[in-house]
Design a protein around this ligand. Sequence first.
Ligand SMILES: Cc1cc2nc3c(=O)[nH]c(=O)nc-3n(C[C@H](O)[C@H](O)[C@H](O)COP(=O)(O)O)c2cc1C
Length: 214
Amino acid sequence: MNTDMNGAVTNALTWRRAVKAFDTTKKVSDADLATILEAGRLAPSSIGIEAWKFIVVTDPEVRAKLREAAYGQPQVTDASHLIVITRRTDAENIAPELVARTAKAQGKEVSDLEGLSKMATGGIMGIPEGAVRDGWLAGQTYIPLGMMMTAASMLGVDNAAMGGFVNAKVDEILGLPEKHLASVSFMVLGYRGDDAYSKMPKVRRTIDEVVERV
Ligand SMILES: Cc1cc2nc3c(=O)[nH]c(=O)nc-3n(C[C@H](O)[C@H](O)[C@H](O)COP(=O)(O)O)c2cc1C
């Protein structure tokens, strides 16, 4: 066991806060951003579907509109970077894409992967269409969100998840329906400014409340 690494992980996650007031003068480096996005790319998903896209929004005008759709929350425009985490809406294309990329990665023919194709198609399309399937696809995206937040925290980059926005408005601003995507959450990245919130003690249940051993 690497005790230094244990301490480093716990310290980074304790330090991480849902920052509200960012230092607007500080930018996250391209190298840090690339590592954070790579953590999202490497996230696991049910059956390996990777039914998501992470949209890095840099255009200040678009960010201003997104802030309006997020009840005016200042983090949306003031953080160094805003990433909109989206889920796929075209469920029917997800399994064929998985089969194609598996064949490519493993040097196989698509026809060699009939078992995977059947399993993935059944696994995705077998979930009732509508709120249940949409909820399942949305739920998958919280895994890369969490992994990107952890990676950012370990790099000393402030990061916060945000769900306080009107999805339909965000989707329209970013033209997501045409791309067969729907917004799920925001992740903001940057460096805390004079942030009263993160100076307050962190609130968490105790380990005994959240862990049960049987
Ligand atoms: C999915 C999700 C959505 C959230 N949405 C918002 C939000 O819209 N605005 C906000 O200020 N904080 C938001 N938060 C931050 C939480 O309120 C915060 O993480 C929690 O109170 C714990 O505080 P800490 O992150 O500082 O430890 C969100 C967190 C998560 C995980």
